[in-house]
Design a protein around this ligand. Structure first.
Ligand code: FES
Ligand code: FE2
Length: 365
């Protein structure tokens, strides 16, 4: 409570400070976030194309909880805790695949694609065992655009579409994202708290002229806009071709670059008809994995796709060093919190207030 109350969520942007350094370095606070932020929010579990047919499945873990998402024989998409009801082994062990049934590798218990317990080898004579109540435990699941989301702590919470909000759903529906197809995934490791990466993303382009010279050459920095929704922030910029740095200019074309952040840890970056997404995965109080997925239209050549991915890679490499540097500074006795730019950092302000809302709720009950 003492740490939580160091932040005042009621101050308007021009009076506000960032959340305090302790929120980025305290292990108890990190554990609280896993429970109150990651377990209760809609989390990306996979791509819709991975589970488009009956029997297709993906596995993931959300805040330490193993989850499997599978399309049933009846065509319905379901998600379950990927934890066998016998002795808790993971039932599905591949990242994705196709199966006729879900068979645990440990003692061979089998579950239908709909999660019912079907086979229990050598289990005759076990008393008071109700097979019907020993199916896989369900998890909430929903699809939106190219993605599948799950929420492991169902409760009475909001549906995915309500959570995203009409604005975001309507805006993205105009982008024809479903015409873009997944091409490649890349993983990046950061020695920082997950919120450092999100803060860096949400600074309204503030760091772009200093850290990303290539990217800066194609964005119209002075016309960069920041639009907050209830649970998302859109940052966007007109794009320019004159004076563009060659490598970046070749693959970052079009009229606008759109950067959507969806609370708490998912980003959609769209520029001139190509897209990448970022999933920010906490791996420890000062360890973060960021997963990039790159999507392109079918008409684009492999060579152009690879060139586009390489530009994304370069921008990430530039961000890794600064995020790690920020984490070291957050550990310093010299730093407690910092002020926010009214022109640039409204997205961070929204992020910090949403985190506060979630952790405060938990600490008061
Ligand atoms: S743990 Fe799955 S069958 Fe025993
Ligand atoms: Fe950056």
């Amino acid at each position: 409570m003492e740490i939580i109350d160091q932040y005042d969520p009621d101050l308007p942007l021009d009076h506000a400070s960032t959340i305090p350094a302790s929120w980025y370095i305290n292990k108890d606070f990190y554990d609280l976030e896993l429970k109150s932020v990651f377990s209760r929010s809609w989390q990306l579990a996979g791509r819709a194309d991975q589970v488009s047919k009956p029997g297709r499945y993906v596995t993931t873990d959300i805040a330490g909880e193993p989850v499997v998402v599978v399309r049933g024989g009846d065509g319905v998409l379901r998600a379950f805790f990927n934890v066998c009801r016998h002795h808790a082994a993971a039932v599905m062990t591949e990242a994705e695949g196709k199966a006729a049934q879900l068979r645990c590798p440990y003692h061979g218990w089998t579950y239908s694609l709909e999660g019912e317990l079907k086979g229990t080898p050598d289990f005759a004579g076990v008393c008071n065992f109700d097979r019907a109540s020993n199916g896989l435990k369900p998890v909430e699941v929903a699809e939106w655009e190219n993605w599948v989301f799950v929420k492991i702590d169902g409760g009475a919470g909001t549906s995915l579409i309500d959570f995203l909000g009409a604005d975001l759903v309507q805006q993205t529906s105009g982008l024809q994202l479903k015409d873009l197809h997944w091409f490649e995934r890349r993983h990046y490791s950061f020695d920082c708290n997950w919120k450092v990466f999100v803060d860096n993303y949400l600074d309204g382009g503030y760091h772009v002229p200093y850290l990303h010279k290539g990217l800066d050459s194609v964005l119209d920095y002075s016309n960069y806009k920041i639009e907050n929704g209830e649970h998302h922030c859109l940052q966007w910029s007109p794009m320019v071709s004159e004076g563009a740095e060659a490598q970046t200019g070749a693959v970052r074309k079009g009229e606008r670059a759109l950067y959507y952040w969806v609370y708490p840890n998912f980003m959609i970056n769209w520029y001139g008809g190509v897209m990448d997404t970022n999933l920010v995965v906490p791996r420890g109080v000062d360890q973060t994995e960021v997963i990039f997925d790159f999507y392109f239209p079918d008409v684009m050549s492999d060579e152009a796709r690879r060139a586009s991915v390489e530009v994304g890679q370069r921008i990430q490499d530039e961000d890794v060093a600064i995020c790690n540097s920020v984490q070291r500074g957050l550990n310093s006795r010299a730093y407690h919190s910092g002020r926010l730019s009214v022109r640039r950092e409204a997205g961070e302000h929204l992020f910090h207030r949403l985190i506060y809302q979630d952790v405060r709720q938990d600490s008061s009950c």
